[in-house]
Design a protein around this ligand. Structure first.
Ligand SMILES: Nc1ncnc2c1ncn2[C@@H]1O[C@H](COP(=O)(O)OP(=O)(O)OP(=O)(O)O)[C@@H](O)[C@H]1O
Length: 268
């Protein structure tokens, strides 16, 4: 997993990731290293645009491996040529990839244990791995057999629960904020949660956590025309209303071009 490039330009995944602006005008810059993020909301609310901001940062980091799982094939497709691994709507490939990640995570823990450390840091000669999954429900509830779906959820839960210290960041998006797709036990493992517009206050609570809607933090109050607006909850804080920065396809094409120059393509 070690990169053989010398980082001469670009960003680092140890730097904050820019996502947009809060309603008070301050920039939204989140530290994704050692954390996971969940983005959820109704179709067309702006999740893919949010994901693209995160993937863009990842693609511009020579110290990061980008593993993209795109159940819709085209949402993350523009990044394909700079991805270290791209899985389309194929549950078998998705399971194989998650098993590889799990094995890599275990290997990293053995190594951390050997050197008596608790987590990897920026001086370690290994890549952080960013695992991006869009649309979660396609892998966990739609494609494949029930056994495969359950295995997908088991593997994902393990990565979300244990991956952070080993330098594995999970970024997951779904347009189905329901208890079967985002069970509490999985939701609570995500340090950051972004609730885009939802149809009901209970869907909003499924994303952010129980009780937030009653306290006024309710993503069903986001108007349908407010695309890209979300409530962002960071570990231990209160949800804050924000708007995701907008990346057009033209922006993404030039970012891919730039990323290609600063990354070494390993697999595809
Ligand atoms: N931050 C933003 N600023 C301006 N427009 C936005 C923003 N985010 C999203 N939009 C608009 O909303 C449209 C839908 O956004 P997006 O594709 O990200 O939604 P989605 O939640 O991923 O939908 P789906 O669940 O169907 O994939 C975009 O094509 C764009 O026109």
């Amino acid at each position: 997993m070690r990169k053989n490039t010398i980082p001469v330009a670009g960003l680092s995944i140890y730097d904050p990731v820019h996502l947009g602006i809060y309603e008070d005008g301050y920039g939204v810059d989140i530290e994704l290293i050692w954390r996971n993020i969940l983005l959820a909301g109704e179709p067309g609310a702006g999740k893919s645009v949010g994901l693209n901001n995160i993937v863009a940062h990842g693609a511009l980091c020579p110290d990061l491996s980008l593993w993209l799982f795109d159940g819709k094939q085209v949402e993350l497709g523009l990044w394909r040529e700079v991805a270290d691994l791209f899985v389309g709507p194929d549950i078998e490939r998705a399971l194989t990839a998650l098993e590889r990640l799990q094995a890599e995570m275990d290997r990293r823990y053995v190594e951390l244990d050997r050197v008596r450390r608790r987590k990897i840091d920026r001086h370690d000669p290994i890549d952080v791995i960013m695992v991006v999954i869009d649309e979660l429900a396609l892998f966990s509830a739609t494609m494949g057999t029930k056994d495969q779906q359950e295995q997908f959820v088991r593997l994902l839960r393990d990565l979300v629960a244990r991956g952070r210290a080993a330098g594995i960041i999970v970024v997951a998006a779904t347009q189905r904020p329901s208890a079967d797709i985002i069970p509490t036990s999985l939701r609570d493992l995500f340090g950051y949660r972004m609730a885009y517009r939802c149809t009901t206050d209970s869907s909003s609570d499924i994303i952010l956590g129980r009780g937030w809607a009653a306290q006024g933090f309710d993503a069903s109050n986001i108007a349908p025309e407010e695309r890209g607006v979300a409530l962002l909850l960071a570990e231990g804080g209160i949800p804050r209303r924000m708007k995701t920065a907008y990346l057009t396809d033209a922006h993404i094409h030039s970012l891919v071009e730039y990323a290609r120059r600063i990354r070494t393509r390993k697999t595809a």
